[in-house]
Design a binder for this molecule. Structure first.
Ligand code: PHE
Length: 419
């Protein structure tokens, strides 16, 4: 079903492009991409698996600069890693088609973090010990980045997380960088959206196995209350839980206006479905962890126009850098790039530019160059790293229509101050 939808949406996208530009989408010279229905091309270093391009473990060419990534290609947050992987591979292939970096070809080696903290730590260690990478990109889920960061810090090799938002990640040391906003910002965005909507009675459902969820819960709990607004209850669940009936029954009695669900798509999808089945009509509000094609698959028709989440980018953003990325990603992979893909694409390009500015892969020069990232015009916005190696950025709010994401506004750092 998902494949059929993808082919359909690609066909519609291509049709729309022809209608807009009067010509079919063109392809950069020297690059090939699969046609709808074809499997993406693979290279000899690739382990063929069920996930297609999303689970490729090497991209690019040998003999030059080796960059490593640890990402979850399997397990409960696999779509995060798979999307990121495809986007990083695309960035590497695009750069290699233009001659690589500093005249050298780029190779990306990917180790599976398997959606588990322990596996993430081992994957990071393998990148350092076996593949001798000059830089690591990973992870998405904050708990996994937190588990792997000490290995990079100990080795003095820079690690750049494209999408881990928990504030603690970059506090692991001066080798750890992030090219997205933190949950201090994201949580405030979530709360401020609820405030703007005039919602008063809130409850939070938090995943106590996730540093991401725990951090966001804290921020929402600080920013939302006041002026007649309250958080009446915080209920806990665990990654892997499937039956939320008992929790939802308790929440229903409280008659909340808004239920904040700062979790990941697997559990969030089930919570949304079961909440609506129980007749809970409150606004359901979340953050970037909702972003997966699986959310709509799991929640079905329950994913209605009272469900919203804060995210890093919107596919419909008309900025040329966004549209070029979306078009090329769809052309290569026959699917829409989610925020993970956008964040990972930006992270890889920031890393490549840092290598260029560092004039090589010396770890200290590379760290300095990364720290100096300024005004990078990325798919997820303009990226400047601050003194704490984080990026302050705007967010988009996404709603849903017929199971498809629909842009519902933007919130900027200035909006938060104005509140
Ligand atoms: N921000 C999430 C975390 O830190 C990961 C995530 C990023 C999920 C972007 C979806 C989209 O755990």
């Amino acid at each position: 079903m998902r494949a059929v939808c993808r082919v359909l949406s690609l066909t519609i996208a291509a049709f729309a492009l022809v209608m807009l530009t009067g010509c079919p989408p063109t392809q950069p010279a020297g690059e090939t991409s699969p046609k709808p229905g074809e499997t993406p091309k693979t290279d000899p270093g690739n382990k063929p698996t069920a996930g297609g391009a999303g689970t490729k473990t090497s991209w690019g060419e040998d003999g030059g600069v080796v960059i490593g990534s640890y990402m979850s290609l399997t397990g409960g947050t696999a779509t995060f890693g798979q999307s990121s992987n495809m986007a990083m591979g695309m960035a590497v292939e695009q750069a290699n088609a233009k001659g690589g970096v500093l005249g050298k070809k780029i190779k990306l080696v990917v180790e599976d973090a398997a959606s588990k903290a322990e596996d993430a730590a081992n994957a990071a260690q393998r990148l350092l010990d076996v593949h001798k990478v000059c830089l690591g990109i990973g992870e998405v889920a904050s708990s996994l980045s937190l588990a792997a960061a000490p290995s990079f810090q100990k080795a003095g090799i820079p690690m750049l997380t494209p999408a881990s938002t928990n504030p603690e990640v970059t506090k692991k040391g001066d080798c750890i960088f992030r090219s997205c906003f933190t949950d201090d910002q994201q949580g405030a965005y979530v709360a401020s959206f609820a405030i703007k909507k005039g919602l008063k009675k809130g409850v939070i459902l938090k995943d106590i196995t996730s540093d991401y969820s725990k951090g966001l819960t804290e921020v929402i709990g600080k920013v939302f209350p006041g002026s007649g607004r309250t958080i009446d209850r915080v209920e806990a669940y665990k990654q892997g839980d499937r039956d939320f009936a008992a929790i939802l029954t308790k929440i229903k009695e409280l008659k909340p206006d808004v239920i904040f669900i700062p979790g990941y798509y697997e559990e969030v999808g089930l919570i949304i479905k079961q909440a609506r089945e129980q007749g809970i009509t409150a606004t359901l509000l979340g953050a970037d962890g909702w972003d997966s094609p699986k959310l709509a698959e799991i929640a079905g028709a329950s994913l209605d126009d009272k469900c919203f989440f804060v995210n890093h980018y919107a596919q419909s953003d008309p900025r040329p850098v966004v549209q070029a990325f979306v078009t090329e990603f769809r052309k290569r992979y026959n699917e829409d790039p989610d925020a993970l893909a956008a964040c990972a694409y930006d992270a890889m390009n920031i890393a490549l530019r840092a290598i260029e500015r560092a004039q090589g892969t010396d770890k200290d020069a590379l760290k300095k160059a990364l720290a100096a990232t300024k005004d990078y015009d990325g798919v997820t916005g303009t990226i400047t790293l601050d003194a704490d190696r984080n990026a302050s950025k705007s967010c988009v709010v996404l709603g849903f229509e017929g199971g498809k994401q629909k842009a519902a506004g933007t919130i900027t750092p200035a909006d938060l101050k104005a509140k």
